[in-house]
Design a binder for this molecule. Structure first.
Ligand code: DX5
Ligand code: ZN
Length: 214
């Protein structure tokens, strides 16, 4: 069953509470938090405080995507803030295995993220330590960008790796997801779709979420 994780990067920051309540009523499966520190990516969004503020407003799993230069530093603060899934970029952490193990030791689900230009093979040695692999389908930093089609081959290759190993790992696509690209990602083997712009600019977010799920 395909899960849809709307990204609050595209929510109205001045009325985040209402937007979270809208997601609760729109059939979203998870809520995606795009955390950016202005170092790993050329943008700054929000931190554990936003996660802690949203936590009491929803029972949906909080899916935190760390686009930060020192992800290990943020594991404890996001655990305390109520994160359920915590994903780190393989490009930023020389000790990714330790960080993934720490995330799991605190009871969260651990994810590894690859940028569009990072070969999918980079995820292979980390698969035993994660519950999710997030494949960026845009270059990280901003919502509303165009989908990068070459990522579809990475999704397909990763699906093959995960299934061959019999691992229960979610494959998440993030960036430029709309009904058209969602279908391509589903067919390639993605199991979770992040959508910011498509959901928050939709006339009817619930209909949009349904159409992304296929
Ligand atoms: C990029 C972010 C975005 C966001 C989704 O750093 O990770 O990909 O989640 O953005 P949309 O769905 O608006 O392309
Ligand atoms: Zn993201």
């Amino acid at each position: 069953m395909i899960k849809v994780a709307p990204s609050i990067l595209s929510a109205n920051f001045a009325r985040m509470g209402e937007d979270v309540k809208m997601l609760n009523q729109s059939g979203a499966d998870w809520i995606h938090f795009d955390v950016m520190d202005g170092h790993f990516v050329p943008n700054i969004t929000f931190g554990p405080g936003m996660c802690a503020a949203v936590r009491p407003l929803t029972a949906l799993p909080l899916d935190v995507h760390l686009m930060v230069s020192d992800p290990a530093f943020w594991v404890d603060p996001f655990h305390k803030a109520g994160a359920d899934w915590l994903s780190i970029h393989a490009e930023t952490d020389k000790n990714a295995v330790q960080t993934l193990e720490k995330i799991r030791s605190l009871g969260m689900k651990a994810g590894v993220v690859l940028n569009p230009a990072t070969p999918v093979d980079m995820a292979e040695p980390l698969l035993p330590y994660c519950d999710l692999v997030l494949l960026m389908s845009v270059n990280p930093g901003f919502g509303g960008q165009a989908f990068i089609p070459s990522v579809l081959e990475k999704i397909q290759a990763l699906r093959g790796m995960v299934d061959a190993l019999g691992l229960a790992i979610e494959i998440e696509a993030d960036g430029g997801i709309n009904p058209k690209t969602a279908k391509l990602c589903r067919e390639a083997g993605a199991s979770v779709l992040v959508a910011g712009n498509a959901v928050f600019s939709a006339e009817n977010p619930a209909d949009m979420i349904r159409s992304l799920r296929g």
